[in-house]
Write a protein that binds this ligand. Structure first.
Ligand code: PCA
Length: 323
């Protein structure tokens, strides 16, 4: 009898221990506000994984940079301070120029091309992340990037000297090549930067303009140049990943694929809906004239050459797979 009791107690502790070690909780770092479609989509992904994992993995999202700011998320996930997070891929050019491919102006200026470019670059990006101890889960583009300005832009010279809000090296380079004065500012600080007069123009999606109620900060013009479709990517720390059993890893990957498809769809909806929202709020939404368009295309061509020189053989391989 004594032996039986001992046996039961050992089995119970082993089971309890096993249960504890199998139940993981992941805090997910998101840079953009809770109302943004990327954050909403990630929250849905987290909820689905949590519900379907049978208690093995709980993912809790922290939008709006509340756990880590956008600029800190890549390192936080890499070092395991956050097991999972979302990062704007093309801000990571210093880590690997391949991550910048979706911010090269006019390389892909439709959703179909953006998807082709994604497919061509994905194997290299997944491998590069893997080498840094990261597991790639999914990526979703922002709507087409357009030019916002407080002043009307009628000719190339109107860009000269404009205080320009940049979000990565590519947008800084565009500013340099068009005579604007760039300052890097996180999406969360856009409204403040425009209202204080720190900046007066930027290139970003209709979504980010809408989310920051940009019309309330003196910005009157949106030029739909559809220059590129930059992506956010969701990455996990590999050590955290390796703690999950195979079934849970499969579940996460399946839900990631579902979230990716939904995210692209939401992005497409935002690409039309959010432009309409800018117009409804009283902004002038239109195109740039052909001289300006040519000017931006020239800038894009210069940047492509510069990028090719940085990205070497892997860059060339992606571009030839894309074309
Ligand atoms: N919004 C983000 C990145 C690209 C976009 O459309 C931003 O402006 O920071």
């Amino acid at each position: 009898m004594k032996l039986l009791k001992l046996f039961i107690s050992i089995i119970t502790s082993v089971l309890l221990f096993a249960n504890v070690s199998l139940a993981e909780k992941w805090d997910m770092a998101l840079a953009y506000g809770a109302g943004n479609f990327h954050s909403a989509n990630a929250t849905e992904f987290a909820k689905n994984v949590t519900e379907k994992s049978g208690g093995k993995l709980t993912i809790v999202t922290h939008p709006g940079g509340s756990l880590f700011k956008g600029g800190e998320i890549f390192r936080a996930v890499r070092t395991g301070q956050a097991p999972i997070g979302e990062r704007f891929m093309s801000a990571l050019g210093k880590e690997d120029p391949l991550y910048e491919i979706d911010s090269l102006p006019f390389l892909a200026s439709s959703y179909d091309d953006a998807m082709k470019l994604y497919e061509a670059s994905k194997p290299y990006i997944v491998k590069s992340l893997d080498e840094k101890g990261l597991v790639f889960l999914y990526a979703v583009p922002w709507p087409a990037q357009g030019l916002y300005s407080k002043k009307q832009i009628k000719k190339v010279g109107d860009l000269n000297g404009l205080k320009f809000r940049a979000y990565n090296s590519a947008t800084i380079r565009i500013a340099e090549l068009t005579g604007m004065a760039p300052t890097k500012i996180e999406a969360a600080e856009i409204s403040q930067a425009f209202s204080t007069g720190a900046v007066e123009s930027m290139i970003t999606s209709p979504t980010t303009g809408k989310n920051s109620k940009i019309w309330e900060n003196g910005v009157k013009y949106f030029y739909d140049i559809a220059a590129w479709f930059p992506k956010n990517m969701i990455i996990a720390n590999k050590a955290a990943w390796n703690k999950l059993d195979k079934a849970t890893q499969d579940l996460v990957m399946n839900q990631a694929a579902i979230a990716e498809e939904k995210g692209w769809e939401l992005s497409k909806q935002g690409n039309t809906g959010d432009k309409k929202a800018l117009a409804d709020a009283g902004m002038e939404v239109g195109e740039v004239n052909s001289a300006l368009k040519k000017h931006f295309e020239k800038v894009g061509a210069t940047m492509s050459e510069e990028w090719k020189a940085k990205a070497g053989d892997r860059g060339a391989a992606v571009l030839s797979a894309y074309k």
